[in-house]
Design a protein around this ligand. Sequence first.
Ligand code: URA
Length: 278
Amino acid sequence: MRTHKSNPSHKNTKPQKKGGKPQTTGDQGLIRLNKFIAHSGIASRRKADELIKAGFITVNGQKITELGYKVRPTDDVRFKGKKLSGEKPVYIVMNKPKDVITTAYDPQGRRTVIDLLGGKVKERVYPVGRLDRNTTGVLLLTNDGELTRKLTHPSSKVPKVYIATLNRPLKKRDLQRLVEGIELEDGKAVADSAVYVDPDDKTKIGIEIHSGKYHIVRRMFAAMGYKVLKLDRIKFAFLDKKDLPRGQWRFLTQKEIGFLKMIAGQQPINLKDKVGKQ
Ligand code: URA
C-alpha cells in the first residue's frame, strides 16, 4: 500500500485553509480527491473522506489514504476497483413539460427529462428530486452528487412553490389546514404557506412547501377530498422559469450556483430579499 504525502506530478497545489473553498488551482485543474469522488455521485465529500481513510480508493493504480490528496480530472480514480468519473460539475434549470419522466433512463422507453437536453450536455446529469410525469415546471438537473444529496435530504429546507389547479374550489378552512398540517400515511405534511392565486377562482392554489416527499402536494389535497388537475412548480429555491418556455432549459450562472450551494449548506439567508419575486 502507498500513502502519498503528495503526488509528485501535482506539486503546484496551493495549501488549503480548513473549511475553505473548493480546491482547483487554475491551469492545473487539480481538485481534492474527496471532491472528485463526490462529483462521481457515490458519496458526499465527508463520506468520501471516510472511504479514502478506509483504503477503498485508488488513484492511477495506487491506494491513497491521504485526505488532502489532489487529482487531475483525467486521473484514474477507483472505488473498490470501479472507475469513477469526476466530471466537471454542470447545473441546469429546465421548465419541464407534461408527459415527460423525471429519471435519467426509463426502461419503458418513455420520454425523459434527459431526452429534452437533446444530447447537448455530455456530462451525466440527473434530476434533483422528482416531479410527477404530469407535473410541469422548474426542475434542477446536475451531476453534483453532494449538492443533490444536500438539497434532497429530508432535513433540507429548500422551498418549492407550486400552483395547483383543483377539481373544485378549495374551502377557506381547507386552505388553513394545508399550513396547519395534514396527516398522511407517512406522517404529517405541512405547507409553509398556501394562498388563493386569484380570489375569484378558488380552484387555483399557490402552495409553498419544503418537503420533497413523493406526490406530496397531490396527496395533501387528496386527503381533503380534492383532485389536482394540474400541478406546476413555479419555483425551486430561488430558481424560476422566467424566460424559459416549456421544455426549454439553460445552464445556471455562477452566481446562481453559488446561491444554491449556500442554500444547500443551510446558511440562513432570506431568499425573498436576495432574489426577484416570481
Ligand atoms: N408534489 C406532487 O404531488 N407532485 C409533484 O410532482 C411534486 C410535488
